[in-house]
Design a protein around this ligand. Structure first.
Ligand code: MG
Ligand code: MG
Length: 621
């Protein structure tokens, strides 16, 4: 299969789009009529530009409202098609995509549509052109690929073939096994798009919410398995209508587009194996197992305050870097690195974002496999520079600019031993390990992050849910590794007044909202924190009245929670206690959790947290 993308999928002028598409590695392009109409410049120059950049025009589209029309529309349509063939000749493409008719004038009938397509096939053949017919999910008479295939089959013309578009198939919930009855050489075009599962009309869903494969929730792997089984060997083309992509950096998004196809091509289940000339099978990986450390970028004032905050929470300054102004604070299996080394990545990050988590260390049983896979997918790898890095650890540059270090689990002595001087500490760890981390990012960054975590780390994601912040809606999605040793929630909003929105503007980009750590006795921990003077997030008394109503908890148990500002949730698998500190410098906080069987991350309590944090940040009047 050849990789292609429709110009509608990314932002900018047609020239911008062509440059970004070529730079990302594509060899095929679908020219969208609206982009061409608004292009300033000659077709000859445009064609030369694409040829110079190594791009082949796979298809020109869309040709609308063709089949089943009464006169005089019918004759006009044939004339219109001839004009498009003229234009296609100049552009150097031979394939015109026709989508099923949505006109109120359209007459139904599979035989009538097949006759029209046969006749158009004759016109096309005379011009050395071909046509590919697509069932739009909202076509007037033809909405289903099984009908469009029946029309193409009955048209029975070598220049008339089928377009299959994953969005139109899945948005109507159509079964995909009938695809297996279609000979691969009768399919002229395959368009792929992913999308979140939404309950809305297919037209609006399609026009605003399509996304790249690996960013949504459609079962594209099964589609790929079936399309390969047909023997299809034409273009695999992205056709993505997405509000965010239309307004964001075209070079960045074209790269994501290309890697989403490599990822998708590797999603085929079982045989046949990948036969694409452009894409090698991706390296199998062993997933990272846990977050080994968080690295904070601080200035010296923030350093003092953070050290005091960590001391109250039971952390100890366990080690100091042998050469740099970098400290390791530790409790249980939780490692927090505080970096204020001048001229470091951390300080550059600090200059841009202020106090923040600038890097994550992921414990990897086989980091080399992840490096290879990420490289094949075109992600930027940051390799340790032997001149100034002592750790020797490679990192993937995350969607938010923070580094994801790939720490080798079998490295002995560990980088902690090699790089740090350790201090004797006495510690009775109340906090055992990292439970999850909640991050905030822009909408389009969530899509980028989802593709990265899925394609490189093979993480799984939950469907996204909406949470009501008092000043706007926040979307939240969980990404997890298989045994949930690493879990991240990705939160985003378009509402600038929300805690998430404010965090984005304060951080000048994305950041950590909270790091959640597990304890086995949250009440003892709460008592300790209170005695130490740690400021805990307030919770309203009404929250506790509601707990009594929602769960079969004793008044006494709820009163204890109320005393220590502890939140509570249950699912079918067990119970969950949560305790938040107040925000540190208005930036992030720590969450302490105790879970017994419970599998979630306290989404039911997200609204109360966001409301209380909005109060802390003085966002509410
Ligand atoms: Mg389409
Ligand atoms: Mg949480």
């Amino acid at each position: 299969m050849r990789y292609s993308i429709a110009t509608v999928s990314i932002s900018g002028t047609l020239s911008n789009k062509i440059e970004a598409i070529a730079a990302a590695g594509f060899t095929g392009i679908e020219i969208f009529e609206n982009d061409l109409i608004s292009h300033v410049g000659s077709l000859t120059d445009l064609r030369r530009k694409m040829t110079d950049l190594g791009l082949t025009v796979e298809v020109y589209q869309p040709f609308r409202d063709f089949e089943g029309m009464p006169e005089p529309f019918r004759s006009r349509n044939f004339d219109r098609a001839e004009r498009k063939f003229d234009l296609m000749e100049e552009l150097g493409t031979d394939l015109l995509m026709i989508c099923s008719n949505v006109s109120p004038h359209a007459l139904g009938g599979i035989g009538r549509a097949a006759d029209d397509l046969h006749e158009l096939g004759e016109h096309a053949a005379n011009r050395g052109m071909r046509i590919a017919y697509e069932a739009l999910g909202w076509g007037r008479h033809v909405k289903d690929y099984r009908d469009s295939w029946e029309i193409v089959r009955r048209a029975n013309h070598p220049n008339v073939g089928l377009t299959l578009d994953t969005f139109h198939i899945y948005s109507r919930g159509t079964e995909i096994d009938s695809m297996l009855n279609i000979p691969g050489d009768r399919i002229f075009l395959v368009q792929v798009a992913d999308a979140p599962q939404l309950s809305m009309d297919p037209l609006s869903w399609s026009r605003h919410h399509r996304c790249f494969p690996g960013q949504g929730e459609l079962d594209l792997a099964s589609f790929m398995t079936n399309i390969r089984a047909t023997g299809y060997d034409g273009p695999l083309s992205l056709e993505i209508f997405n509000d965010q992509f239309r307004s964001s950096d075209h070079f960045r998004h074209a790269r994501d587009a290309y890697r989403s196809l490599i990822y998708l091509a590797n999603e085929t289940e079982g045989e046949p194996a990948i036969t694409d000339t452009v894409s090698q099978p991706l390296q199998d990986i062993k997933q990272p197992t846990e977050i080994e450390f968080f690295e904070f970028a601080v200035n010296s004032e923030e350093h003092k305050a953070l050290a005091a905050f960590l001391t109250q929470a039971g952390f100890s300054h366990a080690a100091t870097h042998k050469k740099k102004q970098v400290e390791l604070w530790r409790q249980g299996a939780i490692n927090l690195v505080i970096n204020r080394e001048p001229e470091s990545f951390a300080q550059r990050y600090h200059a841009e974002h202020g106090l923040s988590v600038c890097a994550y260390g992921l414990t990897c049983p086989d980091p080399k496999s992840i490096v290879e896979r990420a490289t094949s997918l075109g992600y930027d790898l940051v390799h340790a520079n032997p001149e100034h890095d002592t750790h020797g650890i490679a990192a993937v540059s995350g969607p938010t600019g923070a580094l994801l270090y790939l720490v080798d689990a079998s490295d002995t002595p560990s980088h902690w031993e090699r790089e740090f001087t350790h201090h004797p500490v006495e510690q009775d760890a109340m906090l055992k390990r990292v439970d999850h981390v909640a991050t905030t990012m822009a909408f389009d960054e969530v899509l980028e992050a989802t593709l990265l975590y899925r394609s490189v780390f093979q993480m799984m994601s939950s469907p996204s849910v909406t949470i009501a912040d008092p000043l706007g809606i926040v979307k939240s999605q969980v990404m997890e590794v298989e045994d949930r040793g690493i879990a991240m929630t990705l939160n985003s909003t378009l509402a600038v007044g929300t805690v998430v929105g404010q965090s984005q503007s304060r951080y000048h980009g994305s950041g950590v909202n909270h790091i959640a750590m597990a304890t086995s006795d949250i009440f003892a921990l709460a008592e300790h924190l209170t005695a130490q003077g740690t400021k805990l997030m307030d919770v309203t008394p009404h929250y506790y009245d509601d707990l009594v109503a929602r769960f079969s908890l004793s008044n006494e148990a709820v009163n204890r929670m109320k005393t220590f500002h502890i939140l509570y949730d249950e699912d079918d698998d067990g119970t969950f206690y949560q305790l938040y500190t107040k925000l540190f410098n208005g930036r992030f906080c720590f969450e302490f959790v105790q879970r017994q069987g419970y599998r979630g991350y306290g989404m039911a309590n997200a609204q109360i947290r966001l409301t209380m944090q909005a109060r802390e940040l003085d966002l509410l009047r």
